[in-house]
Design a protein. Structure first.
Lengths: 123, 106
């Protein structure tokens, strides 16, 4: 069974940093691009970042570019998101999701999704 | 930036057909995926590449896309289909989600 389990969420002050991670199992992690998608409380889904299968190509939403960094370790079946200069508007449940192919491209979709890890930015 | 627009809410009676639209500039030239999210749960893929249904998704879920609009159709809607539904497409190599539609089965 394919599974994605996020960890590392918590409460952080504005301007602070946090690193969240996602452990993958049940599929060949190194064959797929991966993404982070967040959902603020009571709001819709917002794509945050993605990385291709070998980690060499990354992309970010405009709202996080320059502050967040996505990375992966295929040997450990792990995806990470380093979040710096956090703002109150970054408060959300952060889901990792598998992309259906090796690249972040128009023919792909997200499946499966993890349960998410909650990041709260508050003073 | 590329935007996808969905109606905030749609209501349907049990057994009837629900249609949820997603609008974007020349969306028909892109691939649209649809996700179902029940309260307190993670999103689940219900349609990909405009019209394809993943294994395990009931046949009552179908999708179409043309021009500027993609549509998710649920035939013979059941109470268990009550959820939020999100469309998604790619703008070059960044993903975009619609604002979501809350489906109420009355």
């Amino acid at each position: 069974e394919m599974q994605l389990v996020e960890a590392g969420g918590g409460v952080v002050r504005p301007g602070g940093s946090l690193r969240v991670s996602c452990a993958a199992s049940g599929f060949n992690f190194g064959d797929y691009a991966m993404s982070w998608v967040r959902q603020a409380p009571g709001k819709g889904l917002e794509w945050v970042s993605g990385v291709n299968w070998n980690g060499r190509d990354t992309n970010y939403a405009a709202s996080v570019k320059g502050r967040f960094t996505i990375s992966r370790d295929n040997a450990k079946n792990s995806l990470s998101l380093q979040m710096n200069s956090l703002r109150a508007e970054d408060t959300a449940l952060y889901h990792c999701a598998r992309v259906s192919g090796r690249y972040l491209s128009r023919q792909n979709w997200f499946d499966p999704w993890g349960q998410g890890t909650l990041v709260t930015v508050s003073s | 930036s590329y935007d996808l627009t969905q109606p905030p809410s749609v209501s349907v009676s049990p057994g009837q057909t629900a249609s949820i639209t997603c609008s974007g500039d020349r969306l028909g030239n892109k691939y649209t995926s649809w996700y179902q999210q029940r309260p307190g749960q993670s999103p689940v893929l219900v349609i990909y590449q405009d019209t394809k249904r993943p294994s395990g998704i009931p046949e009552r879920f179908s999708g179409s896309s043309s021009g500027n609009t993609a549509t998710l159709t649920i035939s013979g809607t059941q109470a268990m289909d009550e959820a939020a539904y999100y469309c998604q497409a790619w703008d070059i190599n960044t993903a975009v989600f619609g604002g979501g539609t809350r489906l109420t089965v009355l």
